[in-house]
Design a protein around this ligand. Structure first.
Ligand code: SF4
Length: 314
């Protein structure tokens, strides 16, 4: 059975957030060089109901029955959530039955050109689209999108969302040193961002193994400089860090939870220990066994050794 509800995670962006994953691994309109979920295997911009909406709602109702303490319920996970035709109905269900929770959608923003998708997003409390560049060549280098997607159209789509949607827009700018951090690039990007008028700009960078090993985080001085430069227009700018997992009150501490977490993103043993409540040495023991069995792969990263589920075990 597919598990559509995961977490919660704690992130600087959203606090304590329960995830909803509507998308099969790894279905996306982009194949970003920095993606922490791995290479896109189904590169598409065609919307579908990938899983029966009723099953997703059942899983959601089961988890929310215990009234967990959450800052957000967040659409995110194994790919681009706006590709799912379940997005609108699940969001409507949340707003009708669980109005006490705020709902966020993390999207790459590429499909905001579609008025139906903008309509699906309208009842969210927060939409966080990504924009990394205004140049088609750099856009293709960073995101390796579905052929035919134009960055100028996407910028216009996010602008239209801003005009139609009354909730918060937190624009994520993913920094890929050497590609979108050059002066001229940043100048054009800043102009585009100011024309969108998001409520917040969030600078993000890779801090765990991504799809391509050559992608590195920017020097702290560079991100600080970019933060200052983008903030000149009066829109607040944050530099965001890594997301950490924390225990989910009503879930068990089984390895299934480790497995489910690693299916969505690489984590260190410490991240997993925080999520499950199992001690870090114990987690390391379990991970060593999983590596031995070929279920899990490991690689050194900025914050230590990261683990993820091997491609043939997904
Ligand atoms: S980072 Fe997001 S948009 Fe890019 S490939 Fe991964 S899931 Fe898709």
């Amino acid at each position: 059975m597919n598990h559509h509800i995961f977490g919660p995670v704690i992130s600087r962006r959203l606090g304590r957030s329960l995830g909803i994953d509507l998308i099969p691994y790894k279905t996306c309109s982009y194949n970003c060089v920095y993606c922490e979920c791995g290479k896109t295997t189904d590169l598409t911009s065609i919307r579908k109901e990938f899983f029966p909406t009723g099953n997703i709602l059942n899983q959601l109702d089961n988890v929310l029955a215990s009234s967990p303490k959450l800052d957000y319920i967040t659409f995110a996970g194994s790919g681009e959530p706006t590709l799912s035709l379940s997005l609108g109905p699940v969001l409507a269900h949340l707003k009708k039955n669980y109005g006490q929770y705020k709902v966020a959608v993390l999207t790459n923003g590429s499909l905001c050109t579609d008025p139906d998708i903008r309509q699906d997003l309208i009842s969210a409390d927060l939409v966080s689209p990504t924009l990394t560049t205004t140049t088609q060549e750099i856009f293709e280098k960073i995101h390796r999108p579905v052929p035919g997607l134009l960055v100028t159209d996407i910028i216009q789509g996010i602008r239209s969302l801003r005009n139609e949607y009354k909730g918060q827009i937190w624009l994520e700018v993913f920094l890929v040193p050497g590609l979108n951090t050059l002066e001229n690039e940043l100048k054009m990007l800043r102009n585009a961002i100011y024309s969108i008028r998001p409520d917040l700009i969030q600078l993000n960078y890779l801090d765990r193994p991504g799809t391509e090993s050559w992608v590195s985080p920017p020097e702290p001085m560079l991100s600080g400089k970019i933060q200052k430069y983008f903030a000149e227009g009066g829109i607040p700018v944050e530099i965001i860090g890594f997301d950490k997992m924390i225990p989910f009150i009503s879930q068990d501490k089984s390895t299934t939870q480790i497995d489910e977490t690693l299916r969505r993103r690489p984590c260190t043993a410490e991240d997993i220990a925080q999520m499950t409540g199992i001690s870090a040495p114990e987690v390391r023991k379990k991970l060593a066994l999983m590596v031995q069995q070929g279920i899990v792969k490991a690689k050194s990263g900025e914050r230590g050794i990261f683990y993820w589920i091997a491609a043939d075990k997904r």
